[in-house]
Design a protein around this ligand. Structure first.
Ligand code: SAM
Length: 368
């Protein structure tokens, strides 16, 4: 019988990723759920998500708020609006706010630093940033202002696939070169290591089912999670957005049955395997999974190893504009509706809502 242990070899990982037998999959999810219970316990931590700007200067071929989308109306929330959302997070009992945006140069170093320190001062919440690839000087200033965590998905560990879907920022004065990118790995890994060096808890993740992505690429993604020893691992299916090149004129599906489908099933298998390989990471039940299976996607991910959800606090007038892919889950809800829906889903699978900032045990170990 195929093993399910932290030291699984690549062949075992590939075998589980391509497994279709429902009984075997139940075994996989049960093992991941037991590993989750032993390593991080029953609590599900809530991170309040504030999508502070959908302006973006990057040309990521997959993303609906990249420069490719000429139709979407752009917005940038003001300081007061963002602080109101953070106060709402505190009232709703969340331990963390996550400020996410496109790569927007108008989110300047001092603007974000001031915002981080104001949120920390007023609410005491943990602050997570997810603002794309930023300079070491920005990251340092924001850490000094009190930021705790940074999320930056590396999207795929295959450098050739990454290069096809993720063009570099053209002509940008670039102190990112000090990160010494290595041709054999995707450039975002250097920034993730830098975040760890600067004292951030670093989160990352991948999309599954990118055109051209193979099963071996997913094995590489899992090995990369292990190697980075990151605090948070997010996995969601790639969902085509009609205003992006990847949805149309991208001639790149992998051949001979190697193309990974962009399904909830593959995402759940990745969640379970990530939990088994990095037991004490925080792993979210992602919105992309909930978007493709609105009925039970979140619950299924919680049962396959996840222990975090990210209720959306973005004001309703902006939510629909943060359209990274179509028909996004929770887009028509207020913060309160999103909160009660997610709380009910968490309780329905026999779990409780976590209190405090919900740091991954590995970060506590590291700072001890
Ligand atoms: N600009 C920041 C960055 O690139 O990290 C944060 C915002 S970006 C929109 C957040 C994440 O959305 C990306 O890391 C990517 O994994 C996900 N995403 C974007 N487009 C997607 C798509 N079409 N399908 C699934 N996930 C997508």
């Amino acid at each position: 019988m195929r093993t399910l242990a932290v030291d699984m070899d690549d062949a075992a990982l590939r075998g589980w990723l391509t497994e279709e037998d429902p009984q075997q999959l139940e075994r996989l999810y049960a093992a991941a759920d037991a590993a989750r219970s032993a390593a991080v316990g029953p609590a599900v931590h809530l991170r309040g998500l504030i999508e502070i700007s959908n302006a973006c200067t990057r040309a990521c071929a997959y993303c609906g708020i990249s420069v490719h989308n000429k139709e979407v109306q752009r917005y940038r929330m003001g300081r007061g609006e963002i602080l109101d959302c953070a106060r709402r997070a505190k009232e709703l009992g969340y331990g963390t706010v996550v400020m996410q945006a496109g790569e927007d140069p108008m989110l300047t170093r001092p603007f974000i630093a001031d915002l981080v320190s104001a949120i920390k001062r007023e609410t005491g919440l943990a602050v997570t940033l997810s603002l794309g690839e930023r300079s070491r000087a920005d990251l340092t200033a924001w850490k000094e202002a009190g930021a705790d965590r940074y999320l930056l998905r590396f999207e795929t560990s295959n450098p050739r696939l990454y290069a096809r879907i993720h063009p570099e920022a053209p002509g940008r004065p670039d102190d990112r070169t000090t990160r010494r990118p290595d041709d054999r790995e995707v450039p975002r890994l250097a920034m993730l290591r830098e975040l760890q060096e600067l004292g951030y808890q670093a989160g990352s993740g991948v999309m599954v089912g990118i055109p051209g992505q193979t099963w071996d690429d997913l094995v590489g993604d899992l090995r990369t999670f292990q190697g980075l020893d990151i605090e948070m691992i997010g996995v969601g299916p790639y969902i085509p957005h009609p205003a992006t090149p990847l949805a149309h004129d991208f001639d790149g599906a992998a051949e001979h049955g190697e193309q990974v489908p962009n399904t909830v099933l593959v995402a759940l298998k990745m969640v379970a395997l990530a939990r088994l390989l990095v037991p004490d990471a925080n792993i979210p039940a992602t919105t992309a999974v909930a978007t493709l299976n609105k009925e039970t996607g979140r619950e299924d991910a919680l049962k396959a190893g996840a222990n975090v959800v990210m209720p959306n606090l973005t004001p309703p007038e902006y939510r629909a504009l943060y359209e990274i892919y179509p028909d996004k889950a929770c887009v028509n809800e207020t913060a309160e509706q999103c909160h009660s829906c997610l709380a009910a889903r968490i309780h329905s699978v026999g779990r409780c809502i976590g209190s405090g900032s919900g740091d991954a045990p590995k970060s506590q170990r590291r700072s001890a």
